[in-house]
Design a protein around this ligand. Sequence first.
Ligand SMILES: Cc1cc2nc3c(=O)[nH]c(=O)nc-3n(C[C@H](O)[C@H](O)[C@H](O)COP(=O)(O)OP(=O)(O)OC[C@H]3O[C@@H](n4cnc5c(N)ncnc54)[C@H](O)[C@@H]3O)c2cc1C
Length: 470
Amino acid sequence: MSIPHVVIVGGGITGLSAAYALQRLRQQAGMSLRVTLIEQDDRLGGKVGTVQQDGFLIDTGPDSFLAQKPWAVQLCRELGMEDEIIAPSARQFFMLIRGKLHAVPHELVSLVPEKPEALWRASFLSFWGKLRASIEGFVPALRGADDESLGAFMRRRFGREFAQKFAEPLMAGVHAGHPDRLSMAAVYPMYWNMEREHGSITRGLLHLRRQRAPDKGTRRASPFVALQYGMGSLIERLARNLNEVDIRLSTTVVGVAPLPDNRLQVLLHEGEPLPAEAVILSTPAYVTAKWLRPFAAEAANLLGEIPYASTAVVSLAYRREAIEHPLDGSGFLVPRGEPFPITGCTWSSSKWAGRAPDGYVLLRVFIGYAGVDQIVEQQEDDQLARMAQDTLRPLLGIRGEAVLVRVDRWLKAMPQYEVGHLQRVQHIEQSLSAFPNLVLAGSAFRGIGVPDCIKQGKDAAERVWSRLLA
Ligand SMILES: Cc1cc2nc3c(=O)[nH]c(=O)nc-3n(C[C@H](O)[C@H](O)[C@H](O)COP(=O)(O)OP(=O)(O)OC[C@H]3O[C@@H](n4cnc5c(N)ncnc54)[C@H](O)[C@@H]3O)c2cc1C
């Protein structure tokens, strides 16, 4: 009998995690299995990458991940890099409202702080805005709906001001999404379910806090963590461990076709097609859609309906003395409606250790979100860089020029989980039931964060493995 072959398309964190999980399953079972991973780029990692430039450590895409979702921490542990997980050095962040940076009481991040005083300390909210937010627990629950937009949910529960000035930039920013289009059920299922199960976020959180061990007054661990040598080090470590996987870089897939007996073949731009017992596609939905159209039109149409937003990260380094602001925090967010072209700025060297040499600071500025991303698609790099610098100069009291400017543009990079996303994903999966050895995974489906992508890669590997054993 020939050795079963699995082809994984896409060498981002999802595809690499799938390859790693398959290799482990094969090793544990002591079975023969051939795994090929195809990546069109000349490097692995997809959106994840870190560069060392002039002594600065710059994450070009994600710079951190949620520790509460355990899959990234688990993977780091398995790869022997648990010691390289770092907590933020600064947690205070700010909201930019009418040209002024306002410190956000950190207890507010949960939306309903344990101690109500935290809400009343928020200098960027009016008295009425605070009052309205504070009665969230008395707002009747919406019954019978399958989904709602993030914006509508937040306005309904906490009032317009709290939603617009705080909840939306905090929660939609991660997705580069438009709050009035993002699906609450898909992007924040915990809060969505709290309203359904407990009638309000206030009561849902109260229930959750009662279940937790009593807080002894210690500062809670940060929900986000980073890696000492940048997110790219996770990719390097994964690649180094994939010694049984045939990794083919600079190889472009142009299609997938079903073969008899549930087998498939992957068509390459150059070279012979690759026949396989199973195929995992971790490519963007609009790429996958093109390949499925000839034999699974319904799935292709549904995949094609998942919109993507473009975003850019402008990394700027300055001499410390060129900036008047103490940079005593992790950065700031910019609510919609504020007259600035940026959505936020991370003070990377304040937030994470080892990002800049002594005497210098590193800042990361974000531009573009769904519906307002033409700016990223149409402007040249130097225009985006200028936009970022011009915005920061008066805000932070910057006197000198940047000593390093780097623009990473991510075109059609952020899948948008619009209202109804979960149902759409379910339909996609159902419409592919005739091809059980073809598995889709990655940021387009069940979570865009690095831990979610790792989980989806692992789940895809486990599904393929059980199919091969069947
Ligand atoms: C600017 C930015 C900041 C982010 N910040 C965070 C953060 O701080 N924390 C967090 O958790 N998440 C963050 N994310 C989200 C997270 O990085 C991504 O969702 C995740 O990395 C996506 O991984 P993936 O493997 O699913 O997709 P990708 O990384 O897109 O990988 C898909 C791969 O498929 C390859 N490919 C495409 N077409 C073909 C083809 N025809 N043939 C062969 N290969 C092909 C691509 O080259 C790519 O390598 C951020 C994303 C961006 C863009």
